[in-house]
Design a protein around this ligand. Structure first.
Ligand SMILES: [Zn+2]
Ligand SMILES: [Zn+2]
Length: 114
């Protein structure tokens, strides 16, 4: 039974802390084209500076990057295509991840024959 996420999401729960995540919006001065996008962070992960996609970052709360044809995550839902920001350990890497940030699915994406 496949699943479809609709946005805005119900607040996800942090897999590490088992606590509800906090909804925020990207700073309007964001230079990466993400200004104003809603997203969820775990404040506890943020405080620990944890998170593969930036401190505490769990998921964006919109459908940007969730395309028909993306691989399915462990929730059996369409994954989200994204590009890692410069504040992460995988800066510039394209990837697909769980669109709702709940199952931990993540896979790198390579375009063309690179
Ligand atoms: Zn956490
Ligand atoms: Zn998932």
């Amino acid at each position: 039974m496949s699943q479809t996420y609709t946005f805005p999401l119900a607040p996800p729960t942090c897999n590490t802390h088992n606590k509800p995540c906090t909804r925020q919006r990207v700073n309007p001065n964001n230079a990466k084209g993400n200004a104003g996008r809603p997203y969820y962070i775990c404040r506890l992960c943020d405080a620990d500076n944890r998170g593969q996609f930036g401190p505490g970052f769990v998921t964006s709360d919109d459908a940007i990057g969730v395309y028909e044809g993306n691989p399915k995550c462990k929730c059996d839902a369409l994954s989200r295509l994204g590009k890692a920001g410069c504040d992460t350990t995988i800066a510039g890497q394209w990837f697909v991840k769980c669109a709702a940030g709940v199952c931990g699915y993540w896979a790198p994406v390579r375009f063309g024959r690179g």
